[in-house]
Design a protein around this ligand. Structure first.
Ligand SMILES: [Zn+2]
Length: 1023
């Protein structure tokens, strides 16, 4: 019991359920590889004793630093996870709709070692006599087996051989469940054979076994297990873990995939070669991404008045891929190859191998991601601690529906920790905001009220701004205060606000005037606005009206509703970006009413902020979610007044950006009022020449921003990819999550100009293009009728089907508020959040193994396997968690066991009807099952994007959320789209037509414009 009982104790707060204790802990494994980051990470001080094992900057050293004996599995050993085997079996079963997975079996010659190659060993496991690139093995069954050892195969398919080295102590055993695994709980299990009536999907041929088509749950579960015990070394491996999988990255000079993911980690040298794949060449950047426990924080480097060294010609920042020559007097830019003089203060001699002798003491020369402090020339105004300005809607609807109450409570929880947290640490919660950060409070209905929050006052003083036509800021001192010093004043005000306005009850908020006066208050410093809104702002300047009456859905005119032409909102948004101000909105439509998110949310989208939307806000059910999300917004890493620039190697150029930001002309930097840990940007590249296969392709993103504590910095992320003449290698290093992200972001960007039907059609076409391209050019000798999927794009079609079924793009009726909201989210979310959004994680909790949901012997939470998103997988009497990163449903079958209910919800709770439909969290009970599920929920809480995890009850036959459950079963026929099986059959049919030269572009209204632009890799490929 001690093994699995301990976890729950952890679960109360500190260590990450998915936390450390990795066997190949970065500092210990393979010290000869890039020893410096290891040393750097180990001590936090750069000194390290190891002899320099030069990686870059040692062109004469051909020895691959990559292999230490034994890391890769000996050939012939059975890997832990072999989807290919299944695929192989499937091939035999599927007949005319044959499905195979091909690892890139086309014969090709091994290529020569390259002097300056990022991945010295792409040829495959060192020392192997069966290196994949050696003798082609196409067509033989062994190709499927060998692929797991091939260089392109994910490393989680390899058995682990690395020595166990636990640096983290085992967690203390503090919790003993009173009722470990009751008999009742086991009785509640249902055999896997008991399926409901929902029939499994079948294809038109009726021959596809739905069990055998590529499974997203399996593609996540296997690597998740692997990365519990292994780190991801960013240079040695160049196929990142799936985005949803928690992992510890070991920065070896190439940025962690958490900050940057390339669609192709091996890039074809020419546009023609890339076109054969139909894949986009793009980069997903999430510059302030959250790191996980066990990862070293990004170092902050200070070069004083001179700032960080940069290339004089192209302004690239110093990075691990710049090389030194002339005894250390010159550094050669990795982007433009310009030889720069090393500034005297940065000089260090080079050793005989050409590396700087101080390289290992220099994080900027060893790490892919660093922060540089920057001097005054990078400032546009004096950087100060971040000003948080809370704009609180106090109109009637906010008061009546409990939204005001919830919002005020959420702010207090964000600033000071909630009541619960207070009792836990006894100190009244820890300080949430960094030193220097300040807060201010404004309330609004048809008037705007400012508050003096000076610590010297007994209570806050309200100043009403009478003229909303010409807003100004009625006070200078006391508007922004230190939240600790003024804690008493702030908490007292927030506690009283709901009562203060319960008598007033103005129905109409004057939002635009409030935003303008908030901007006036923040113009001098920049800052972040957090604004609540619970009714369509119909008062004062910029009043909005009901644009969506439901009559133009599914028409061409609908797309007008996805955007705004409102001059007032557009103007305030632009001015905010200029002043370094951004807005997060918390919008509730308590009666499901229209809020014109297209117009209001535009301010968030342009300034780099976010909209949290509660389409059917219900208090108290949703107040926990509201409170957690306010807290998340305030406490996540946030920078403001930011500019971003992406540079790349000669031969490539940026062709498009996708995301939420302000971009005033192409070629200019991207501008963000604010940017936070959850925001990602898609960057697409095109060729302006040919890449040299003897060199690598380099990318550097530089985000100039002010931290919440008031430091002006540049966050640099450096990404490197190898280059090959053709695209065969590229297909082995495709990052599926990055490809899906780029396509999703671009599709979202088209919503204002294309009809939804066109977009869905284009997504289908793109899927066919990519898979047909593979079939035509790379798949080797497979039977003609077989659907062959690239090894690293096996789940790609399902993710695209998820996108087609998403709220943003799905067919059928959907309020425009929800569509626009999801569309902007898609543009901004990172690959992790997107993965979950496109395919939910479903966990059955009625048949958990006794040890599931508790720590294993290494202290890692043992997670049960997840279930495919299909009703055919739902068991009679079952209970399921369904988490898509936005909502987490607890769906329970009508025949669920009363014992299970009692174990989960407490004594006497024996029927679905008895349960509180509005509970948003599980009670804390001392039953085994209750602890298991709470631990699992905590794990899910740690692997998501910006939305908080709370439970929403979806009892069969009782709760409306059951519809959402059905909607999220993306493998079934729903959302006016096909089942997964039918979708694959459809895609396959069109691939065959394409191969036969008979494919017609379909599914588009305006085939004249779209179909013809869908060739290959022109970027943007939407025309
Ligand atoms: Zn340069």
């Amino acid at each position: 019991m001690s093994d699995f009982a301990m976890y729950h104790a952890l679960g109360q707060g500190s260590p990450n359920p998915n936390g450390p204790t990795r066997k190949d802990e970065p500092n210990k494994f393979r010290p000869t590889v890039a020893a410096s980051p290891g040393g750097y990470q180990q001590s936090g001080s750069p000194a390290i004793a190891n002899a320099p094992s030069q990686y870059y900057g040692t062109p004469n050293q051909n020895t691959p630093p990559m292999q230490s004996p034994g890391y890769f599995p000996p050939q012939g050993q059975v890997p832990q996870y072999q989807p290919a085997q299944d695929m192989n079996n499937l091939t035999n079963q599927m007949g005319s709709v044959g499905l195979g997975v091909d690892p890139g079996a086309q014969p090709h010659r091994p290529h020569k070692k390259k002097d300056r190659h990022a991945y010295h060993n792409i040829e495959g496991p060192g020392g192997s006599s069966q290196a994949f690139n050696g003798v082609p093995q196409a067509g033989t069954p062994t190709q499927f087996l060998s692929q797991s050892n091939s260089p392109g195969a994910p490393q989680w398919q390899s058995p682990q051989i690395t020595p166990a080295m636990n640096q983290f102590p085992a967690a203390a055993n503090m919790f003993n469940p009173a009722n470990p695994a009751t008999a009742a709980q086991h009785a509640a299990r249902t055999g896997p054979g008991d399926q409901l009536a929902g029939s499994p999907a079948s294809s038109s041929q009726g021959r596809v076994d739905p069990e055998q088509i590529p499974s997203i749950p399996r593609s996540r579960d296997a690597p998740a297990k692997y990365y519990l015990e292994h780190v991801y070394p960013t240079m040695e491996h160049h196929l990142p873990p799936p985005a949803l999988v928690p992992f510890v990255a070991y920065d070896q000079g190439n940025s962690s995939p958490k900050f940057a993911r390339l669609t192709l980690n091996n890039i074809p040298s020419s546009n023609d070669a890339l076109s054969a794949t139909s894949l986009p060449l793009g980069l997903i950047l999430q510059p302030l991404a959250r790191l996980q426990e066990g990862e070293q924080p990004v170092p902050v480097l200070d070069f004083g008045e001179t700032g960080p060294p940069r290339c004089r010609r192209c302004r690239t920042y110093i990075n691990p891929f710049m090389t030194f020559k002339s005894g250390g007097n010159k550094f050669v830019c990795n982007m433009c190859t310009f030889p720069n003089d090393v500034p005297p203060e940065y000089f260090a001699p080079t050793d005989p191998s050409g590396a700087r002798v101080d390289r290992l003491q220099r994080p900027e020369l060893t790490l892919g991601t660093v922060d540089f402090m920057v001097p005054k020339e990078y400032w546009s105004k004096e950087p100060v601690g971040l000003r948080w300005l809370f704009l609180i809607d106090v109109t009637a609807e906010a008061v009546n529906r409990g939204f005001l109450d919830g919002f005020c409570e959420g702010i207090m929880s964000a600033l000071y920790g909630g009541e619960k947290e207070k009792s836990e640490d006894g100190e009244g919660g820890q300080k949430r905001l960094p030193p220097g950060a300040k807060v201010g409070i404004v309330t609004f209905d048809k008037e705007i009220h400012f508050y003096n929050l000076s610590a010297s006052l007994d209570q806050a003083q309200m100043l009403v701004m009478p003229d909303i036509e010409d807003p100004f800021v009625p006070l200078s001192d006391g508007l922004f205060v230190d939240p600790e010093e003024s804690k008493a004043v702030i908490t007292s005000l927030l506690t009283q606000l709901p009562n203060m306005f319960s008598e007033v009850k103005n129905p109409e908020p004057a939002l635009l005037s409030t935003l303008n006066s908030a901007l006036a208050a923040l113009t001098a410093t920049g800052g972040k606005i957090v604004c609540s809104l619970s009714a369509l702002p119909t008062w004062g300047p910029g009043r909005l009206f009901l644009r969506d009456d439901g009559n133009i859905h599914n028409t061409d005119a609908e797309k007008k509703l996805f955007t705004t032409e409102h001059p007032g909102y557009k103007k305030v948004a632009t001015k905010m970006v200029e002043s370094g101000v951004g807005v997060d909105f918390f919008m509730a439509a308590p009666s499901g009413g229209y809020l014109d998110i297209a117009t209001i949310g535009h301010v968030s989208a342009l300034t780099g902020g976010e909209v949290y939307y509660y389409p059917n806000f219900h208090s108290p059910r949703d107040t926990l979610k509201l409170s957690k999300e306010i807290k998340h917004t305030v406490t996540r890493e946030t920078g403001y007044q930011a500019l971003m620039k992406v540079r790349c190697s000669n031969g490539l150029q940026v062709s498009a950006y996708h995301g939420n930001f302000y971009h005033h002309t192409f070629g200019a930097d991207l501008e963000f009022g604010v940017i936070d840990a959850d925001k990602a940007i898609g960057v697409m590249f095109s060729y302006d020449g040919k890449l040299d296969p003897k060199l690598d392709a380099h990318f550097q993103s530089a985000l100039l921003y002010t931290t919440a504590s008031g430091e002006r910095r540049v966050r640099c992320s450096n990404i490197v990819a190898s280059v090959s003449e053709g695209a065969v290698e590229a297909m082995k290093f495709v990052d599926q999550d990055a490809v899906v992200s780029i396509i999703a972001k671009e599709a979202a960007a088209r919503m204002a100009e294309k009809s939804l039907k066109d977009i869905r059609g284009a997504l289908t076409e793109k899927t066919v293009d990519i898979l047909a391209g593979y079939r035509k050019n790379f798949s080797g000798n497979n039977p003609p009728g077989q659907l062959v999927l690239p090894e690293n794009l096996k789940e790609f079609s399902m993710y695209i089907l998820g996108l087609v079924k998403s709220r943003a793009f799905k067919g059928g009726k959907e309020p425009t508020d929800r569509r626009v909201h999801d569309m902007r989210m898609l543009k901004a979310m990172g690959p992790l959040e997107l993965s979950l959004y496109l395919y939910p994680r479903i966990i059955s909790i009625h048949n958990l193994d006794e040890q599931d949901g508790f720590a294993n012997e290494n202290g890692h939470l043992r997670m049960p396997e997840s279930v495919r998103a299909s009703f055919s997988k739902v068991e009679e009497g079952g209970a399921y968690l369904v988490d898509n990163g936005q909502v987490c449903l607890l769906w329970m079958h009508g025949q669920v066991s009363p014992n299970l209910l009692e174990d989960l919800f407490g004594e006497g709770q024996t029927s679905l009807k008895q349960l509180d439909a509005f509970q948003s969290a599980l009670p804390v009970l001392e039953t085994h099952l209750n602890a298991q599920v709470r631990n699992i929920l905590q794990y899910l809480e740690g692997t998501r994007g910006s939305k908080a995890l709370t439970l929403q009850m979806a009892r069969q036959g009782l709760d409306g959320a059951e519809y959402e459950f059905a909607r999220l079963l993306y493998e079934d026929r729903n959302n006016e789209a096909q089942s997964y099986v039918d979708w694959l059959v459809h895609v396959h049919r069109h691939i065959q037509l394409e191969l036969a030269g008979q494919r017609k572009k379909e599914d588009t209204d305006s085939s004249s414009s779209l179909g013809s632009t869908f060739v290959g890799l022109r970027t943007p490929y939407w025309g």
